[in-house]
Design a protein around this ligand. Structure first.
Ligand code: GLC
Length: 462
């Protein structure tokens, strides 16, 4: 396999920018977003659309580069696509739902934006992360431009409100976390993530924190602001305590009583010891390490490590200082499992054999150590670098960037890598995947000037 050793850092950055500029899409003559991938060698399928989650790293990068117009256009356009009414008609997207993606279509020579709320996607999965990312990007836009006028506009205030109402509504559970179906996030295929997956909870926490900064305290917002204030401490406590796994917690869970009734129950979720791979975990989690588990629900503690949720938890200060350091310690001490030849694993370990069959529905794209099931995703580089830089662990960040830099251009910016060590270019991976390009460029910007962290990070508990 070729490496980029011959190319200078400057050439790699220049080539990345060139590729990024080619991915920009224009609506009525204005830049409005970036397409997911521009691989000339395969059919585009829906990769010629602008995905909300994929655009976040593009948006942050354009803000850093002092080009906020594309971000503003994106925020305004997607806000218009979000339904503001209707609740009971399942053939229409719910009130407050943000689309997973949109594209520019035309009718009688007129351009218009066509949204996909999951109705055109594989498995018909609706995104729970899109409205959360939208709020997080809006906050970054406001911090970067100081354009308070935009966020204080009635339509923007309403957009934030309906997104929050959709997430805060209580349905068939009494937990502070959001309840979502499988496939509602970046992992948009069945991967055993129904319930309360960490990736969504971390984004939920960040979006709630962002909303408190963005919502104008007026009568129309009063109820939702109060609801956010009520929810935040409960959510924080549940995630910091009940999702947390480290050697001490492992000991506590190992000796849990089961079948306890009442409010005083220690084993609140009735986790059965036999469902937890204690011996593997006791070996794997270093004494100085720890992380937030992948999911929590009745008799369920999913002990897989999910990178997005853990990194966003550090970035949003959902974890305490000590917990954040322990997550980074784990990444450092289990480098060959979580990073190896490409930063970094989307989740670890992969589901294999019968687990893969029953949990993913025998999904060939998600076979063990591929794609979402233990594949490595370069887009996560910016989150890793942001989390590490925030905690003053610059060395870790530099090391990860150096690994990615050796390969990404030569491999033509793949969407993901396969194999337990991330050495193989993903089997069905797109080339020229935009968020691979922006993940790298954004990581470089953060390392060059950590002041940019203010666009994405949050201080410890308000
Ligand atoms: C795949 C990924 C999803 C991403 C989309 C566009 O469906 O699973 O997270 O948004 O591709 O890149």
């Amino acid at each position: 396999m070729k490496r980029d050793e011959g190319l200078s850092e400057q050439t790699i950055v220049e080539q990345a920018w060139e590729a990024l500029e080619k991915s920009v899409i224009y609506y009525q003559g204005q830049p409005i977003g970036t397409i997911a991938a521009s691989d000339p060698e395969v059919a585009s399928l829906n990769y010629d659309q602008c995905f909300i989650r994929d655009f976040i790293s593009s948006g942050l990068l354009y803000l850093i580069k002092g080009k906020p117009a594309i971000v503003r256009n994106f925020l305004e356009a997607t806000l218009k696509l979000q339904p503001k009414t209707g609740q009971l008609d399942c053939s229409k997207p719910s009130r407050g739902l943000m689309p997973a993606s949109f594209k520019i279509a035309s009718l009688n020579g007129e351009e218009y934006l066509k949204a996909d709320f999951g109705n055109h996607a594989i498995g018909r999965v609706a995104p729970a992360d899109a409205c959360l990312w939208w709020i997080i990007l809006l906050r970054a836009y406001v911090i970067s431009t100081q354009d308070f006028e935009l966020v204080q506009r009635d339509d923007f205030q309403e957009g934030i409100r309906v997104s929050l109402e959709l997430c805060l509504v209580t349905r068939f559970d009494m937990y502070p976390m959001v309840l979502v179906p499988d496939g509602a996030s970046m992992i948009d295929r069945r991967m055993g993530l129904y319930g309360h997956p960490l990736d969504i909870q971390s984004l939920f926490y960040a979006a709630l924190r962002a909303s408190l900064e963005l919502l104008v305290p007026n009568p129309a917002n009063q109820t939702v602001i109060q609801a956010v204030c009520n929810r935040l401490p409960l959510l924080l406590r549940q995630l910091r305590e009940d999702y947390w796994l480290d050697p001490d917690r492992l000991n506590v869970i190992y000796r849990y009583q089961v079948e306890e009734y009442g409010e005083e129950a220690l084993n609140q979720f009735n986790i059965y010891s036999d469902s937890i791979p204690f011996y593997r975990l006791a070996k794997w989690i270093p004494e100085a390490g720890g992380y937030l588990a992948g999911n929590l629900g009745p008799s369920q503690l999913d002990c897989r490590f999910f990178s997005l949720g853990n990194l966003m938890a550090i970035i949003a200060s959902l974890t305490t200082e000590l917990q954040s350091h322990k997550i980074l310690n784990l990444i450092e001490l289990r480098w060959s499992d979580l990073i190896s030849h490409m930063p970094m694993k989307l989740c670890y370990p992969a589901l294999e054999d019968n687990d893969w069959r029953t949990v993913t529905g025998a999904d060939p794209k998600n076979r063990p150590w591929s794609y979402h099931n233990g594949g490595s995703w370069p887009v996560l580089l910016w989150m890793l670098v942001a989390a590490a830089k925030k905690m003053n662990r610059g060395e870790l960040a530099h090391h990860a960037i150096a690994i990615a830099e050796r390969r990404l251009v030569q491999d033509q910016w793949p969407e993901y890598y396969d194999g337990p060590d991330g050495r193989l270019i993903g089997k069905e991976s797109r080339k020229y995947q935009t968020w691979t390009i922006t993940g790298y460029l954004l990581a470089k910007e953060i390392i060059a000037n950590p002041d940019h962290l203010k666009l994405m990070t949050f201080d410890l508990d308000p």
